[in-house]
Structures are given as C-alpha cells and as structure tokens.
Design a protein around this ligand. Sequence first.
Ligand SMILES: Cc1cc2nc3c(=O)[nH]c(=O)nc-3n(C[C@H](O)[C@H](O)[C@H](O)COP(=O)(O)O)c2cc1C
Length: 397
Amino acid sequence: MDTILKITDGIYYVGVNDRDTHLFENMWPLPKGVTYNSYIIKDEKNVLIDTVKISKVNAFIEKIYDILDGGKLDYLVINHMEPDHSGAIETIMHEFPEMKIVGNKKTFEFLKALYDIEDNLYEIKDGDEIDLGKHKLKFFLTPMVHWPETMMTYEITDKIIFTGDAFGGFGSLDGGVFDDEVDIEYYENEIRRYYSNIVGKFGPMVQRAMKKVGGLDIEIVAPTHGPVWRSNPGRILELYDKWSKYETEEGVVIVYGTMYGNTEKMADYIARCLADEGIKNIRVMNSSNTHESYIINEIWRFKGVILGTNTYNNDIFPPMEKVIINLAHKGIKNRVFGVFGTYGWSGGGVKGIVEYINKNKWEMVADPVEVQFSAKEESYEKLRELAKAMAKRIKEN
Ligand SMILES: Cc1cc2nc3c(=O)[nH]c(=O)nc-3n(C[C@H](O)[C@H](O)[C@H](O)COP(=O)(O)O)c2cc1C
C-alpha cells in the first residue's frame, strides 16, 4: 500500500490516527479522535521528528520503512517527551540502533527517567543547528509549552517549523492532512478545545515561544496533533496568539448544576434576559452531562461566565464544583463572572462559588442571586438585573 505523504521535496508526513482512545490524557474526550504527527526528512542524513503513542507503533513503523526505502535513520529529534509522542522511541531505537537522539538537557533527564535511555544522545542548546545536506535544522527551546523540555525545530531550507504540541488540535485527519485539504472550520473548534484543555494554562509561555520564533520566515507549521498548515500558516499562529492572550468574543456561558430543575429554570431565565439585552452568543450548559472539556472550550471563547448551583450537603453541587476547579486550574483570565443558585435550609452552594471567585481574583459583575428552593417573582427581577449587568459589562470591550 502506498502510504507516502510528501510535504516538500524530501520531507514526509508519517503521523498516525488514533480513533480508539476515548480520553486524551485519560481525561479529555476524543469523540473525533486525535493524531500523533511525526515527520521524516530524507537527505544525506535522515531524520525522524517526534514519534507516536506506543499503541500506534505498528502503523508508524510501516510508514517509516516505506519512506526510507532501505535507508536508515541517523537522527531522532524529540520536541516533546509526553508519552503520546515519545512512546515509540524505544521501538525506533531498536529498529535503528545507530541513530542519535537529538534533544536538550531536560529532554534527556526525562528520557532517562521515563525509559531509562542514556546512550546515543546528541544534546543541542538553544539556537544550535544540524546540517543534513540539503536541509538544515535549527532548534529553539520553548519551555513550558506545556512541559519544561518542549522545543521547536525549524527546517531552514523549506521554512518548515515543527512545533510540538503548540498549534496542535484534537481530531483525526480523515484523508486530508493539510489545512487546504480539509474543512478547516470543522477542525478549529477541536483545535481551541485542545488549546484550552491542554495548553491553556501556559498562555504566557506560548506568547514567549511565539515571540522567539516570530521573526522566522515560516511557510509551513507542522505540529504534533491535527492539520499541517501549508496554505495559511498565519491563521493558526493568529488563533494561538489570540487564545494565549486570553482574548474573548462577546458572549456568555451559563453553567449550572441542578438535581430537580429549580437552578436550571433560573439559568434559562438569565439566558432569556441576556437575549433581551441583544447578546447573541449564549451557551447554557448542564454540568452534570457536559464534560468540562467542552465547557472550558466555550469559556475560552467568550467574555461572560455565569455559574449556578444548588446546595448539596452544605456545599456546591459536586459536578459544578468540578467545572470550577478545572477553570481555576487552567488559570482562566480576562473573564467576568456572575453567580446564582438555590438552597433548602443551610445554604452553602452559592457561598462556595463566591469563595472560588474571590480566591482566583475573578471579577464579579453583580451580587449573587440566591433563592430558597425555587425562584419567586422578586428573585426573577434580581436575575434580570444580573443579566443586564453582565450584558453591559461584556459590551464594554
Ligand atoms: C440530596 C440533597 C442534598 C441537599 N443538601 C442541602 C444542604 O446541605 N443544604 C441546603 O440548604 N439545601 C440542601 N438541599 C436542597 C437543595 O439545594 C434545594 O432543594 C434546591 O432547590 C435544589 O435545586 P435543584 O432543583 O436545582 O436541584 C439538598 C437537596 C438534596 C436533594
């Protein structure tokens, strides 16, 4: 079977699709699958850039042998040590025992700790180059995007940057691999979900990395997940730039936790009031049946966040608390918050959310609205006021 996929003269795509794994990092749903991208440069010296998750090693090796056509690998460049990319290293070493592993000091610390590998290492420092013949590699250390060893590899001749997880996204590549071969809008939502779920916490480091490689003449962006950007690389750079600066669009995400519908009723009323105020992008999300992956993705897009909970055992409804813990974990910034909820006797749900908001120094647009068991006429008025304050605030920028 012909599996050879050329990117430029001498540079090939050898990534694989994974439609088996349900949860990325055993946490983030993959309804549309994911890819582990890897690349080969064939020259006087042959190079493999990154590997794949161990479960996909057979398909990977087959592609490598097809392309090398009897040749061998001289180098393996490791841009990122997370096991979805480093999992096949030992197998590749076994197949090509002469091959040198190219990485930085931190890469090699992790290589030893994860796989007990310490031979055939070729350590590079920031800005170092390796001449392959026609092609030339230059290395840029970009720590904490999203691990400490992460780096990017720039191929000078064809102006391709291999970026590791930066600029990546969820979604298997179903036939098309390049941005101009696929319906890119289908992927953009999955790319933002990947960014917000996996890389989002490290916005300042993404900004630092982007500045570092910003002066390069880049024709192709080749990440370790999702499409390869050859027609419009500026688009993915633009998107990551916007998300890592925590920039937002006008819109409100209302997330609620309910057992018997009273808190949900309040959520729907706030949503209607927001619509009355002219807000078009409104997402009402049930924390009990919507994975926080999708909630975080929407919150990464919009400025307004309204959190609602009932009181459960003197505290926030647990599915709702899980969302808030995740939001705090992601270090979300530049959002404005509203809070509402219900209680039966002691209260504690709304109080719990407000405590998270204060602890994270998130801005609240209005006082929380809390009702006993279910909303009455006067509380609906307060909910409308909350919606009005939110609409006004998000229209300010
Ligand atoms: C299992 C359970 C535990 C509850 N625990 C508390 C509690 O500790 N304190 C309190 O004030 N209300 C408590 N309540 C009352 C609810 O917060 C109240 O009924 C609320 O209206 C439920 O909102 P919902 O219809 O959106 O689920 C509890 C209700 C249930 C069913």
